[in-house]
Design a protein around this ligand. Structure first.
Ligand SMILES: [Zn+2]
Length: 494
């Protein structure tokens, strides 16, 4: 047990995982805030109950002289201390595109599997964009009350397809009454979209739009005031000169192999000038973009997606079965997937990533979400994969951390409470073993190997995920998931 000597000589212990104390001190941390500013430290972060009470810059000179006695402050000794010497503290990660899932393909999967993985990956908030709404509201309440180990939950129910504008308006009111935080739309007609957005704005509900290949596109989001476009369809669609993608005559949208194969041809058909106008339009209308880069990656590199190292011990058999190519499961479309498909998709990613950077340069708000539980992406791990993909797109690591924290807080309308390491903000923080600005792979809970003094050392991973002031020891959560998976595998092979 690590003991840290504090001002006044009192010794305080590490916190117990899952138990909030009145005063929790994170000592001697290097901090990366969620507002796009560089790392700074050493700092002490004092948490009181569920709020960041103070962020104190330590004097490096006195720290060197007195060891851990730097950062002297007035006030009572903390009840627990996390020694963050050599570690990095970030705001808790916010997953802007999540689905609460207790089943895959009709087979049960324990909710703890997903919740524990999210926390182990440093995710302290999720925006649920479509699940069992009543269950999601119940989990939101239990999480807020600290009754379950879970991120904060914002519920954006899937809107469905109302038959007319009147029905759309009525359905928005109904969802507001149920307690929804926002609404997710997908595959909607223009008149019902206009009506539902109007009512949602009146009632203060935000809107996430998974623009499919449908009647509406990004211009409708711009016109009607969508909060965020999910994924990417609808943006290149709005920039195709012919008005419709050059689909082969045999194309059927409901055939997912067709759908995802030709989605790989979509970005190349967008006219660059028109695309710039669309992106500018989004910026001017404050439409954010949550691209979920991770979730299509199997399309450009199927073998990579199918052989991710954490599958060995952490892939639940229910999810494993769901991922197998099967036309009846959404996203499991890899039947006859070819090197030609992958080549189109590699180009698709290049144009998409360039569009994201252009959107950023124009002043657009970019968030981050993983859409895990589909297409070989595991909860949490898929989210961390986004950091690497944003880096591949050319973004500075500091900006990427901002996308995953402060920017996502803005998308949720929670920027005065979440996404920052700042006094007065909610105590949602992560303590990371290593510097994510050097290597985002340190965020994977399974860690990384480093060479130190000629020896291989296993390090990395999130050490503590603090949500609403409750510290969770991430390695313990991960161990629990491992056991859960081992047990489920035993049962599934019997
Ligand atoms: Zn989704």
């Amino acid at each position: 047990m690590c003991l840290v000597l504090l001002t006044g000589g009192a010794a305080a212990q590490n916190p117990t995982s899952g138990q909030r104390v009145h005063r929790l001190l994170i000592h001697n941390a290097t901090v990366i805030d969620g507002n796009g500013t560089p790392a700074s430290g050493p700092k002490d972060i004092l948490i009181e109950d569920n709020t960041i009470a103070d962020v104190i810059a330590l004097d490096p000179v006195s720290l060197a002289r007195d060891g851990a006695r730097g950062g002297a402050r007035n006030g009572p000794a903390p009840d627990a201390v996390i020694d963050a010497t050599g570690k990095y503290v970030l705001p808790g990660l916010i997953n802007a595109h999540a689905h609460l899932q207790e089943e895959r393909g009709g087979k049960p999967q324990p909710i703890e599997y997903e919740l524990d993985l999210w926390l182990a990956c440093g995710i302290t908030t999720i925006r649920d964009v479509g699940s069992d709404t009543r269950r999601a509201l119940e989990l939101r309440q239990q999480s807020a009350a600290g009754k379950i180990a879970a991120p904060r939950i914002f519920v954006y129910p899937m809107f469905g397809r109302p038959k007319d504008a009147q029905a759309a308006t009525a359905h928005v009111r109904e969802l507001k009454q149920m307690g929804a935080d926002g609404i997710k739309i997908l595959g909607i007609d223009r008149d019902t979209m206009e009506a539902m957005e109007k009512e949602a704005h009146t009632l203060g509900l935000r809107i996430a739009h998974h623009a499919g290949v449908e009647e509406t596109n990004a211009w409708d989001d711009i016109r009607f005031g969508t909060t965020s476009i999910e994924h990417w369809y609808g943006i290149p669609d709005a920039a195709i000169p012919a008005g419709v993608q050059d689909f082969p005559a045999s194309y059927n949208y409901n055939n997912e192999t067709d759908r995802f194969r030709y989605a790989g041809h979509l970005w190349r058909e967008a006219d660059p000038e028109r695309l710039t106008a669309v992106l500018k339009g989004m910026v001017d209308a404050h439409v954010a973009w949550d691209p979920t880069l991770d979730i299509y990656e199997a399309s450009r590199d199927l073998q990579r997606a199918q052989t991710q190292p954490w599958f060995a011990e952490y892939l639940h058999p229910t999810l494993e079965e769901y991922f197998r190519p099967n036309p009846s499961n959404h996203g499991s479309y890899f039947i006859g997937w070819t090197s030609t498909d992958e080549t189109y998709w590699k180009e698709n990613y290049r144009i998409w990533m360039a569009a994201l950077r252009q959107f950023d340069r124009l002043g657009g708000l970019i968030g981050m979400g993983d859409d895990a539980g589909f297409i070989y992406q595991m909860y949490g791990f898929g989210f961390i994969r986004n950091f690497e993909l944003y880096q591949e797109a050319g973004f500075h690591p500091i900006r990427i951390i901002q996308d995953a924290t402060g920017n996502n807080a803005k998308i949720l309308g929670q920027e005065n409470r979440l996404g920052r390491v700042r006094a007065g903000w909610a105590a949602d923080l992560i303590v990371v073993n290593g510097n994510p600005l050097v290597n985002f792979k340190v965020l994977y809970p399974t860690g990384v190997d480093e060479i130190r003094g000629g020896k291989t050392v296993h390090t990395g991973g999130v050490e503590w995920t603090i949500k609403d002031g409750i510290p969770y020891h991430a390695p313990e959560l991960l161990a629990k998931v491992k056991q859960m998976v081992a047990q489920a595998r035993q049962h599934s092979t019997n």
